[in-house]
Design a binder for this molecule. Structure first.
Ligand code: F6P
Length: 360
């Protein structure tokens, strides 16, 4: 009997998700498995009829490796253990997902998500005895055990290109340009793109800063004969006094956003320099995956299916020292992967004279 593998993408989208679907489908079919894609994270399990897609090598688009987003759809709402109901209450719908997994005749499940998604999917797997394998994806690169999550590299490329485009306009107008990038509570995108894009100032949530430190750096750049400065700031960086800067969407949910605007205004007040800010936002998640994300996604997709085929479950595939290995999901998500202030890239930035904060 042909075995059936379910696969879903969960949480915020990023570049490289379709490349994983392609790789996992090819590998699974080569090993004699049928692959069923579940639409919109676990939501596809909750719809009647179930929302699924038969993933076959013959029907996969030729361009899937290159395509941004996820052909399955995804969601970062709808935790099945506390599912938001129309009347504002929350309901535990986990048993419905387990029933759907059985009704679809699935033998195993692969989830592509961040640490939040994997914590939920693992809980479901344990409750329903579902053989489960996890693949890490998130532009934030904050999944504990892995050096790289799918989507991070492309987000860094996009943020670097933004700096490449901001630099000539900053130079033409003698301005300080502040670029606000995503990353949730981690500063990985800001740090990597800031170095790759030649920023003078890089601010990340893991290292505190002062406006006087920023002022000193901007004045030094000017004294050295350069008429502009580039600043990269991660979205979760707080005000100088430690106040979170967030905005509310119309549904009342808190979102990051606003630190770029805050800093541009403070820089003008402190230094007299004309400044502008840009919030890069979701362009960091969309678009074609770069070469490294395609490579990572493909290696993860193949390895995850190999784990399924060999009956090894409750594992996450990760990248460590240029190897794709697997670790227990519990270990993989047990700690948050933020930027270590002693990280080699922090030292690189400091060595260059980039202002990256005061307190280490
Ligand atoms: O976790 C990925 C991420 O893009 C964060 O960097 C960002 O804070 C958040 O998702 C944005 O979420 P949403 O797509 O719900 O606005």
């Amino acid at each position: 009997m042909v075995k059936k593998l379910g696969i879903l993408t969960s949480g915020g989208d990023c570049a490289g998700l379709n490349a994983v679907l392609r790789a996992a489908t090819h590998r699974a079919h080569n090993l004699g498995w049928q692959v069923i894609g579940i639409r919109n994270g676990t939501m596809g399990f909750l719809k009647k009829p179930y929302e699924t897609v038969d993933l076959k090598p013959s029907t996969l688009e030729a361009g899937l490796l290159r395509l941004g987003g996820t052909i399955l759809g995804t969601t970062n709402h709808g935790n099945p253990f506390a599912f938001p109901m129309p009347d504002g209450t929350q309901k535990d719908r986990s048993h419905e997902i387990i029933e759907a997994f059985r009704a679809l005749g699935l033998d195993a499940l692969i989830g592509v998500g961040g640490d939040g998604s994997h914590a939920i999917l693992r809980q479901l797997a344990q409750q329903g005895n579902i053989p489960y394998v996890a693949i890490p994806k998130t532009i934030d690169n904050d999944v504990g055990a892995t050096e790289f999550s799918i989507g991070f590299s492309t987000a860094v490329d996009v943020a670097t290109e933004a700096l490449d485009r901001l630099q000539p306009t900053a130079a033409s107008h003698d301005r300080v340009m502040v670029l606000e990038v995503m990353g949730r509570d981690a500063g990985h995108i800001a740090l990597a793109a800031g170095i790759a894009g030649g920023a003078d100032i890089i601010l990340i949530p893991e290292i505190s800063y002062s406006l006087s430190g920023i002022k000193r750096k901007i004045q030094k750049v000017a004294e050295n004969g350069r008429n502009f400065s580039l600043v990269v700031v991660a979205e979760a960086v707080k005000s100088e006094s430690g106040k979170p800067i967030t905005i509310y969407d119309p549904t009342g949910r808190i979102r990051y956003g606003g630190i770029g605007h805050y800093l541009a205004d403070r820089i003008t007040e402190e230094t007299g320099a004309e400044s502008r800010f840009m919030v890069l936002g979701h362009v960091q998640r969309g678009g074609q995956p770069g070469a490294f994300d395609r490579l990572l996604a493909t290696a993860y997709g193949v390895k995850a299916v190999d784990l399924v085929d060999s009956g090894k479950f409750d594992r996450m595939v990760i990248w460590r020292n240029r190897n794709v290995i697997d670790v227990s999901i519990e270990e993989a998500i047990s700690h948050y992967h933020s930027v270590d202030p002693k990280d080699a890239l922090v030292k690189t930035a400091q060595g260059l004279g980039v202002y990256i904060g005061d307190h280490f």
